[in-house]
Design a protein around this ligand. Structure first.
Ligand code: CU
Length: 168
């Protein structure tokens, strides 16, 4: 019995001594959980092609990387440079290349989808300003739960195929 008591006493003592480090562990866990939640979707290497003055449309390409293990559904896209934005895919219908909207865009857990020239892309419609090489702007993707994922988009050349190298 006395051994048992001692054991309990020791445990209590250890507990109180460890209080501050426990708090630290809790804090670290909280930061980890909240940052992994925020990183549910990473919009990587986002770029747009330059457009001619007065062009009404542009396109954004990127890797949409779902870092979470739950599937995500992107239901809305918006950007400061466009009056309206949609996710599109290019498809060949009767020998003609056409674009159609993907709504929602589903990204499985722990998977990515590449938006690439000739394939899926974010279509910027009613452009508010000309996209010039070297410019950057912000695009926001919204999932079905209302979580917003922001990304900086770098404008490359007119025929840009991959992420341009930022000027320093
Ligand atoms: Cu399009």
């Amino acid at each position: 019995m006395s051994i048992f008591r001692t054991a309990i006493f020791k445990r209590k003592k250890i507990k109180s001594a460890k209080n501050s480090s426990n708090m630290l562990i809790l804090f670290v866990q909280f930061v980890f959980v909240s940052s992994s939640y925020a990183a549910g979707l990473e919009v990587e290497n986002a770029f747009a092609r330059a457009v001619a003055p007065g062009a009404p449309m542009g396109a954004i390409y990127a890797r949409l990387n779902n870092r979470g293990d739950q599937a995500l559904e992107i239901t809305r896209v918006y950007s400061e440079v466009a009056g309206m934005s949609e996710i599109h895919e290019s498809v060949e219908i009767d020998g003609m290349m056409r674009m159609r909207q993907i709504d929602p865009l589903r990204i499985p857990g722990s998977a990515y989808i590449d938006l690439l020239p000739g394939g899926k892309h974010i279509m910027l419609m009613r452009l508010q300003r000309q996209l010039k090489t070297g410019d950057s702007f912000v695009v926001v993707l919204v999932d079905s739960k209302g979580t917003e994922y922001k990304a900086d988009v770098l404008v490359g050349g007119f025929g840009q195929m991959t992420m341009p190298t930022p000027e320093k």
